[in-house]
Design a protein around this ligand. Structure first.
Ligand code: 13P
Ligand code: SF4
Length: 319
């Protein structure tokens, strides 16, 4: 506790000295989320993280999350210094979509509008017409479908097939998945629902189709929190990373939040889904990066300019 306090105080002082602001994702350690709130930074889903970083006047953005979030911040504000507590924090979707293969796939389907999930490298974004996050994917694809466009979607096949089903658009899917959400199984969620028949089921769309089918609400991390907050129901079964419970419980102190089990865990598991890359962020390495100024995110200038177009299109689509 003593040590944690020292890091907290050091981080607060360094943020001020360096005119830096902390931008954290809901899946990071609650200690980081609390500090981001306390110091005027933001805690949010990946779309709002991008928006916050792009609009904030700080010289330095400290992005606590995974690599694509830091890269997105750098692409949107190339003049800012973007640091991350660790450069090792990647994402299975990013890893599952290497640029050379992806580019070849796009070349084979020149008639399709290329829509990529934000969980991708800067190079993949630079090859896309649109970038979307889970909170905006449905609306963007619905719009493109209304314009008569056929879609090439990458990398998350689960989110892609959910979007395809909901919109009825012509969507060609890349084959990759989130290793964290893929662990949710329909049987586990259904068994839990049998134990808590009154509970509403909230699911992140990176989960498999059979789990999404059991959901009362499907949405991004922010949308899941918002659903729990605004819905009169008192009990919720939640299928996403456990990091979300910090903010969710804070926003809904009188509600019972039950984490959905992943394969291999019991039906009452309270700490299962946990992204190994998000978990690499700690107060210690956050403090270290502010002290040393290393772990800077750099994106090739020409590539960044190209990647900015589909990203900006996303931000402009819903102001
Ligand atoms: P959100 O956009 O819902 O925050 O999702 C990002 C992510 O990586 C989920 O696994
Ligand atoms: Fe990627 Fe899944 Fe981790 Fe999100 S939870 S960062 S999609 S591996």
């Amino acid at each position: 506790e003593e040590e944690l306090n020292q890091w907290r105080e050091r981080i607060k002082r360094l943020l001020k000295e360096q005119n830096a602001v902390l931008v954290a994702h809901y899946y990071t350690d609650p200690l980081i989320q609390a500090l981001a709130e306390e110091t005027g930074g933001c805690v949010s889903d990946s779309l709002e993280m991008a928006r916050f970083g792009a609009q904030h006047e700080a010289d330095t953005l400290i992005v606590a999350g995974v690599k694509f979030m830091g890269e997105t911040a750098k692409i949107l504000t190339p003049h800012k210094r973007v640091l991350m507590p660790t450069l090792e924090a990647t994402c299975s979707l990013d890893l599952g979509c290497p640029i050379d293969e992806f580019s070849a796939f796009c070349d084979q389907h020149p008639d399709r509008t290329v829509v990529v999930y934000a969980n991708t490298s800067a190079a993949v974004k630079a090859r896309a017409d649109w970038v979307v996050t889970s909170s905006i994917a449905l609306d963007v694809v619905d719009y493109l479908d209304s314009q008569g466009e056929k879609i090439l979607w990458a990398p998350d096949k689960h989110l892609g097939s959910y979007v395809q089903k909901q919109t009825g658009a012509d969507v060609l899917l890349w084959d990759a998945a989130c290793i964290v959400h893929e662990e949710f199984k329909a049987k586990g969620v259904a068994d839990l629902k049998a134990m808590y028949p009154e509970a509403l089921v909230l699911v992140h769309p990176e989960s498999p189709a059979a789990v999404v089918e059991l959901a009362d609400v499907v949405g991004s991390t922010s949308q899941i929190i918002n659903a729990a907050k605004t819905h009169p129901n008192k009990q919720f079964i939640v299928a996403t990373d456990q990091g979300i419970f910090y903010k969710m419980q804070q926003q809904c102190p009188d509600k019972e939040l039950i984490i959905a089990p992943t394969a291999g865990s019991g039906a009452t598991c309270r700490s299962c889904a946990n992204c190994p890359w998000m978990a690499m962020n700690s107060l210690e390495n956050l403090c270290g990066v502010l002290e040393r100024g290393d772990n800077e995110i750099l994106v090739d200038e020409a590539l960044g300019k190209r990647a900015m177009m589909p990203l900006q299109r996303m931000l402009d689509f819903r102001k």
